[in-house]
Design a protein around this ligand. Sequence first.
Ligand SMILES: NC(=O)c1ccc[n+]([C@@H]2O[C@H](COP(=O)([O-])OP(=O)(O)OC[C@H]3O[C@@H](n4cnc5c(N)ncnc54)[C@H](O)[C@@H]3O)[C@@H](O)[C@H]2O)c1
Length: 144
Amino acid sequence: MIAKGGLLEGKRGLIIGVANKRSIAWGIAQKATEAGAQLCLTYQNERLGENVRELAAELKHPLLTMMDVGSDSQIVMAFDEIRKKWGKLDFVVHAVAYAPRQALAGSFLDTSREDFRVALDISAYSWRPSPTQPSRSCRRAAPS
Ligand SMILES: NC(=O)c1ccc[n+]([C@@H]2O[C@H](COP(=O)([O-])OP(=O)(O)OC[C@H]3O[C@@H](n4cnc5c(N)ncnc54)[C@H](O)[C@@H]3O)[C@@H](O)[C@H]2O)c1
């Protein structure tokens, strides 16, 4: 059981990247909860959603939503849901990484342009500031 109270008391945060209990995002979620935060966890797809739902049972009043960061429409839908339910976010953790399996084997010099593009798109570009992205959602004032 996770203790309550601390630096993040009253804060609401989004954590992207929990897949299982070994995910660094899950470690962050536990620590943020210990510090008092209420969290939204996203999951990449329904299969991973099962794990995330089980883990989230340890959190206080979590919000859960699906978000594949490779899909702009899923990003928009997830942030719309958070905005409707919470109005604003105080912090966001992006702990997402992906590379196609073949790009993780052999020499880096053999990495194809397409595999490199996919890895950068999911692991880095998905965090870009844009109208649909958290940097702006975080700034939005919560409805009274
Ligand atoms: N685990 C560690 O100790 C550690 C330490 C330092 C840095 N990191 C970095 O943290 C990041 C996450 O690593 P991890 O060890 O937690 O691995 P992990 O596999 O548990 O986490 C990666 C997450 O990315 C998600 N993801 C991949 N593609 C996605 C997509 N299209 N849409 C949404 N989510 C997607 C996966 O679902 C998973 O939740 C990596 O960049 C890793 O290098 C990890």
